[in-house]
Design a protein around this ligand. Sequence first.
Ligand SMILES: NC(=O)c1ccc[n+]([C@@H]2O[C@H](COP(=O)([O-])OP(=O)(O)OC[C@H]3O[C@@H](n4cnc5c(N)ncnc54)[C@H](O)[C@@H]3O)[C@@H](O)[C@H]2O)c1
Length: 325
Amino acid sequence: MAVIGAGAIARDHVTALAGVPGVRLAHVVDRHPERAAALAALAEGATWSTDPATAWSDAVDVTAVCTSPESHADLSVAAFAAGKAVLLEKPAALRVADADRVLAAAKKAGRPLLVAQTARFQPVHLDIAQAVADGAIGTPRLAHLTWYTGHVWPGGWRGWQLDAARSGGHVAHNGVHALDLLTWLMDDEPVRVFARPCRTWAPGMPTPDSFQILVRFAGGALATVELCYALAARGTFVRRLMLSGTTGTLHHSSEDEPRAHTAQPVAPASIEGAMAEQTRHLRDVLDGVAEPLTAPHQVRAALAAALAAQLSADEGRPVDVKEVC
Ligand SMILES: NC(=O)c1ccc[n+]([C@@H]2O[C@H](COP(=O)([O-])OP(=O)(O)OC[C@H]3O[C@@H](n4cnc5c(N)ncnc54)[C@H](O)[C@@H]3O)[C@@H](O)[C@H]2O)c1
């Protein structure tokens, strides 16, 4: 694997790679040479460069695009044009038309695209997805997703995360995790969204720290999403998911886990290990024994819903997803 963009998430990918036999880090690219060199130093034999084209050289089977979102589409298209498989960080692109270019390039190259919607690989979500697939609740009709996290700043966010032109906006670039998860679990596509942003803990920040999204799906199902990165106690997690269907209900709350009540906050076991699981899945995709869990129509639907939610939050009105397509 070659990694382009040697920042925080790339380090997580490289750490996960070290534990998954069958894939190894061969090369790192970053526009900052010291970042590329530092990341490459974590894997024996890995080389580094500041030239993006070296991320899809002959020595590479899969290019992991881990840059900030504004370059995701162009870098992925170039990697596919060189015949590489692509692991693409979320959000896949900043416009639906750009995601369409990526999907078309993957199809033309006949190479797999896995979008790093890492929430899918959290143990609780894999379990719930399996239960839904096994028919435990019939057809999903209602979802309620709550992800509350201890505050991430000061210090946690910087640069592109605070610049909507580069990130897509907070509702888009973090909301896409939740909207992708629901698109997958509900096996349906969002058609209309209404989002409200809030500055709860850090009123001076240039971006809202929290938001809510109401979602209507094509088949008439509804979802409520609550995301917050501003719980007063840093490191705290409160995660809940309720999925109700025509014949049953599934429910999970991190508050039911023993770790939720320890003195020092720790991530709930229900969400741990996702990066390693995603990396094992990528290896299986490269080996040809699995299809990418993020199917192309879901990549497009989740991104479109996230961009529509951002527009809704910005303009204070419900938005039909087709407005951004
Ligand atoms: N899947 C997840 O759970 C998850 C978690 C965190 C971040 N992310 C995503 O990962 C991506 C990166 O986030 P991050 O927190 O690692 O950011 P970061 O700012 O820490 O790192 C990005 C790196 O990319 C480099 N870069 C940017 N554009 C480049 C270009 N065109 N060519 C070469 N290098 C370039 C920067 O110099 C920087 O070192 C974002 O899209 C973000 O949304 C995903």
